[in-house]
Design a protein around this ligand. Structure first.
Ligand SMILES: Cc1cc2nc3c(=O)[nH]c(=O)nc-3n(C[C@H](O)[C@H](O)[C@H](O)COP(=O)(O)OP(=O)(O)OC[C@H]3O[C@@H](n4cnc5c(N)ncnc54)[C@H](O)[C@@H]3O)c2cc1C
Length: 394
């Protein structure tokens, strides 16, 4: 079977690997518009569901990534302006025991490079860089393929051809940066979430990717919504729809937010390699496949990053697509219908939950008071921050 894949991001590479292993007689070609894999971006959190999906795709790859990931012990949510701890959610051995897989943090480039190396080791996968999947020269390859996997991200042009425009909305400006640890610095293996009106900051350690200094760095992501977002949107350079990054300074990051508590202000004042991104919310798509073509990853179900699950769901897509195509390889249309039925409701639920999390994190006034009151009563707080349904991917 000939398979053509648009995009060599996490969804495209993971799908290639999953299909290559489930259909050993297939020939898979991945077409990537950029000249090389993108090391843009920063840290990424992978929940137990991401490792469960990786395990299904390639147990070796899953083990490799677990060995380079940092396994944080907990998520600690603190108030942005007072610094007071609002709640602690255990990760570490507790989450590994509950879901059979750990919770880890990585540099995004580490995940992409590991996926790339695993694809390169498969004789039935070829990856072509610098090729736009929509280019006319690729028409024969598209026509000859028995399966086309569209994995070209939120602004997918292959999806545009299939479904026309989809509803997207600017929901936040994200600032992403790092802080280096000096030798002897104490670093705490936890995910910190600082929540305030119209803003939240997420920090966690990751093992550095090789373009940075060696050792462990603190990954910092700050999200701004509401009026401050609208002001930033007007000030940041306009780019063609794509949520492309703009370099900014630590001072510009601090100027974009209300006054943080002292510890957080010190942390933000010392970040390096900061950049600003526009974060878009995508409406749920009722159609993911047509004839032999299927959407996966952000092209199918881009979600706000507040559950830290977009990449994990792309890995889940890849695992499920491999399984369905193995079961129904002679009738791809049936495999794709089963894939859609297995994946879409879960992805729509995650898209909704991510929207809700932004409202909860960015709450002000009475809603903020209610949130902090509920969080102060551990008996009312659901296990694993209410995300057991996400982490329990089978
Ligand atoms: C601030 C932030 C923090 C995040 N944190 C997390 C996290 O902690 N955990 C998590 O799981 N997820 C996280 N995510 C989400 C995650 O990064 C995305 O969901 C994931 O990268 C989507 O992967 P993808 O392969 O579907 O799309 P993309 O990464 O967008 O890849 C698409 C690829 O297709 C290529 N392409 C585009 N058009 C064409 C074309 N016409 N022809 C050929 N190639 C093309 C692109 O160059 C790119 O390589 C975060 C996102 C953001 C913005």
């Amino acid at each position: 079977m000939e398979v053509a894949i648009a995009g060599a991001g996490i969804a495209g590479l993971a799908s290639a690997l999953s299909l290559a292993r489930s259909l050993p007689d297939s020939h898979i070609r991945v077409y990537e518009r950029s000249a090389k894999i993108s090391t843009l971006g920063a840290g990424i959190q992978l929940g137990p569901n991401a490792f469960a999906a990786l395990e299904r795709i390639s147990p070796d790859l899953s083990e490799l990534l677990k060995s380079v990931a940092i396994l944080p012990e907990c998520v600690v949510m603190r108030d942005f302006s007072t610094g007071k701890t609002l709640t602690t959610v255990k990760l570490g051995p507790e989450i590994a025991q509950a879901f059979g897989q750990p919770y880890g943090t990585l540099h995004r480039a580490t995940l992409l490079q590991a996926l790339m190396a695993a694809c390169r080791a498969q004789s039935n996968i070829a990856i072509e860089f610098g090729v736009d999947f929509q280019a006319a020269s690729l028409t024969p390859a598209r026509l000859n393929a028995s399966l086309i996997v569209v994995a070209d991200g939120l602004w997918s042009s292959a999806r545009q051809e299939m479904l026309g425009d989809v509803d997207t909305r600017l929901s936040a400006i994200a600032f992403r940066a790092f802080q280096f640890f000096s030798p002897g610095d104490f670093f705490s293996p936890e995910v910190q979430v600082w929540v305030g009106p119209g803003v939240h900051v997420v920090c966690y350690p990751v093992n550095a990717f090789d373009s940075l200094n060696t050792g462990t760095v603190l990954n910092v992501a700050m999200f701004v919504s509401g009026n401050r977002m609208r002001v930033l949107d007007r000030t940041l350079p306009k780019t063609e729809r794509v949520s492309w990054a703009t370099g900014v300074s630590a001072q510009e990051m601090l100027a974009a937010i209300p006054k943080p508590n002292e510890a957080l202000r010190d942390l933000l004042a010392n970040v390096v390699q900061a950049s600003a991104w526009r974060v878009y919310d995508q409406a749920a798509l009722p159609v993911w496949h047509r004839e032999k073509t299927v959407l996966v990853g952000d092209a199918a179900h881009a979600m706000l990053p507040h559950l830290a699950q977009g990449a994990a769901f792309a890995l889940e897509d890849a695992a499920e697509l491999g399984l369905q195509m193995q079961t129904n390889s002679s009738v791809p249309a049936v495999a794709l219908e089963n894939f859609y039925a297995a994946r879409a409701p879960r992805c729509w639920r995650a898209q909704n939950a991510a929207r809700r999390y932004q409202k909860i994190y960015h709450a002000s006034g009475l809603l903020r008071f209610a949130r902090n009151s509920v969080l102060s009563l551990p008996l009312l707080s659901p296990a694993f921050g209410g995300l057991s349904w996400v982490y329990g991917f089978k």
